[in-house]
Design a protein around this ligand. Sequence first.
Ligand code: GLY
Length: 408
Amino acid sequence: MKIKPILPFLLCSAVSFNASAQKNDAKTFGFAAHQTKLLLNETAKAKAAAARPNLFSPRALDGSGNLLIVSPKDWCSGFFAGNLWFLYEYSGDKFWKEQSEPFTVVMEAEKTNGGTHDMGFKLYNSVGNAYRLTHEQKYKDDIIEAAKTLITRFNPTIGSLKSWDNRKEWKFPVIIDNMMNLELLFEATKLSGDSSFYKIAVTHANTTLKNHFRADNSSYHVIDYDPGTGQVAHKQTHQGFADSSAWARGQAWGLYGYTMCYRETGNKIYLQQAEKIAKYIFGNPQMPADLVPYWDYDAAKQGNQPRDASAAAVTASALYELSTYSTNGKAYKKKADKIINSLNKSYQPQPDSARGFLLLHSTGHKPANSEIDVPIIYADYYYLEALLRQKRLADKKPVINAVGTLKN
Ligand code: GLY
């Protein structure tokens, strides 16, 4: 019997797979670049018409399709700068660097704003990406200064960074989202050599691991602590359907946060926690077939609910990273690819619509009747990040481009 030569066939398949992956990348990033130019224009128009001069960065569309732009104080102020840096990272085109810089420079003043825990979202996604890609000293100094400011919110009795001030129902609320701000602290230790940022990040991650998670590995949104004793006072929600429910974006923040903590510490407990969260998310019977969740897994039991494309984008980005650490990596990569395919296929607006946003169907704060089933800037941010991670894996590069040059 004649044996068919299989190697040339395998080589041809690999080449054609790579060629088709490249074609897909070019199509998706081409769409992203086209839309983002529109969003730059729409943002400039909104700024010119704005009542306050400090409104500068796009956040979302309202239910009527109007563009909402925000000031540097808003927790969403750093995402658009990040999107522009991601487009620069993908293309190497100086045009995107020139667009990114003004949106980044405005954020630098926020490094001394100690009234918020959202320092990571604001500074790390803007200035942090700028430093990663340019290595400019001023951005490095900003990151360290921002970390110094963020740790003023740490309470050693509790072992956590405080999320929100001035909430009459809570004394020391800590939300699962706060895991996302730890990356800034880990980076600040690497840049400054001062280990106190790292130690606080680890302590916060450990306290969250102890108190935020339920037996089924879903997480509460808000844990309120007694600042005097450090004991848990309340386990509640703010943006979820119920105190006992699993708010979809909260689960995604946890997945991303513990994956990143494993990267930064090598502590297997964090890897296991990320794996447990992934098991909860993908084992949930309310997860739709396209893997873009309803805004809250328990709300979904009540019948049709709005989706949250932002939760899907954060999850995909986290899973690409987790796939490189876990023995279950192949399955995670497959899930991430499936999410990205769904977003590419059914959640992108038509080109030249949605004022230039990249994804439709995110849900910001359903209980407050705010930003429901609309484009929101952080969905676009994590979508672009996930696309870059997907591409790096396809190119056989480390999933995280932490080195700081475009050539890596
Ligand atoms: N950090 C707020 C949110 O995820 O909506």
